[in-house]
Ligand binder design. Sequence first.
Ligand code: SAH
Length: 262
Amino acid sequence: MNNPSQQTPPAPPPRVSLVGAGPGAPDLITVRGLKRLREAEIVIYDSLAGEELLAECASGAELIFAGKRSGAHGARQEEINALLVEKARTGRRVVRLKGGDPFIFGRGGEEVLALAAAGIACEIIPGVTAAIAAGAAAQIPLTHRALASGVLFLTGHESLKPGDAAARVHWECAAALPGITLCIYMGVKNLPVIAGRLLAGGMPAETPLAVISNATLPGETMLYASVGEAASGKINEAVETPALVLVGSVVPGGPARHHPRF
Ligand code: SAH
């Protein structure tokens, strides 16, 4: 018989949490993420993980900075993995605080695997990823009943040389998907090449594109252009990073009659 008074209490949360900090504004972390942050004894954080949030940590918490913005190369990531495992082994409550969502271009997958290889369980607390925040900031719905039936999250940071093993994003294929909003992370530097490849894949040059910089942060800006203009190389020089590029009919400039600006 299930007597509630005899039930075992719920298991305590794991001692290691990968927490999505959200896109920048400190109040866009989840309630659960904030709770873990306040309880943490060790916090390993990235620069995109809203440093204001660190004010929420307990006064005795050990705060460890683990990355510059565009830095996380292979060796550096291995060092972070090793640090995470080392700190987790202390048995203290560890939060790995990452910008946006830990599993969207956040290398959270690698950190979970490193912990698992060391026999350490962890939990993942999702965060508002930059594409969602950028859409909200610019009042661009990433899906729309009449204009976009899906969304692609893509990195613009991989090699762009066709045939290169590290060049996995097939931009020409992405161009050929009507009614799909493209959300391009880390795409500012390579934007002219990316836009050129979208055109090569048959995307009309007048397809609207928005670059949202510092979404939810002070200094938030939106820049609107067409894919043709982006291919010319003038757009990316004008924007600050971090920035998210949105491409498709939901972006104002195209048939985006739903947009409050129209
Ligand atoms: N895990 C993060 C993404 C890390 S990759 C997430 O889920 O959001 C870093 C890229 O995210 C940046 O190059 C930029 O393209 C995007 N980004 C992060 N914060 C942003 C912000 N506040 N505004 C616009 N783009 C942002």
